[in-house]
Design a protein around this ligand. Structure first.
Ligand SMILES: *[C@@H]1O[C@H](CO)[C@@H](O)[C@H](O)[C@H]1NC(C)=O
Length: 185
């Protein structure tokens, strides 16, 4: 009796351990593969942002498609936050005309990015993977164009959105590689 109880307790505990380590194994395995495929992808960043987002999810992610969905949600939040940073920056009365115009251009570009990200989220939900790679590349181009134009028009030659751009580009770069792994392309 006593042995049977211990045995089933060990069984339950190991089941729990196995399950709880499963989400992070999924993340580290795929982040590793992504950074192998594209050396610009930072493994630590990949793991950190997915672990943080997954810890708030019930149930936790169980496959790579779930992880891609999480990244798209994070990217959309990011783009929305960038839009509010842009609107804050635009309030600065000391900006010259060109800097202000470029901020307006960036606002339009990140708006488009949000629109595309909604598209991507919808397509992933219905498991339609064609065109998702083109949408992701399009969004990356929008944010790149914004960052380069801002750098050329901003005092000191450094875009005030450089840091945000780098993070956003990482999120999309990881999403792109995850998509390629899912579609085996
Ligand atoms: C974008 O997302 C990353 C990862 O979750 C986060 O660290 C960063 O603060 C976000 N940036 C913005 C501008 O929302």
């Amino acid at each position: 009796m006593r042995f049977a109880l211990n045995g089933s307790l060990i069984f339950i505990v190991s089941l729990f351990l196995f399950q709880s380590s499963n989400g992070s194994e999924l993340i580290s395995k795929n982040c590793k593969e992504a950074s192998n495929r594209d050396p610009r992808i930072m493994y630590d960043f990949c793991v950190a942002c997915l672990e943080e987002a997954s810890s708030k999810l019930h149930p936790p992610p169980t496959n790579l498609e779930d992880l891609l969905g999480i990244l798209i949600t994070i990217s959309k939040n990011n783009a929305t936050n960038v839009l509010s940073i842009i609107s804050e920056l635009s309030k600065d009365k000391s900006l010259d005309k060109f800097a202000l115009l470029t901020l307006q251009e960036c606002s339009g570009l990140y708006d488009q990015g949000v629109f595309y990200l909604d598209n991507v989220a919808g397509n992933l939900k219905s498991k339609v993977f064609n065109n998702v790679d083109m949408d992701l590349s399009g969004i990356r181009t929008f944010s790149l164009v914004c960052n380069e134009d801002l750098s050329s028009k901003w005092r000191g030659g450094i875009s005030p959105l450089s840091k945000e751009y780098q993070i956003f580009d990482q999120l999309l770069g990881i999403s792109y590689v995850f998509l390629k792994i899912i579609t085996k392309t």
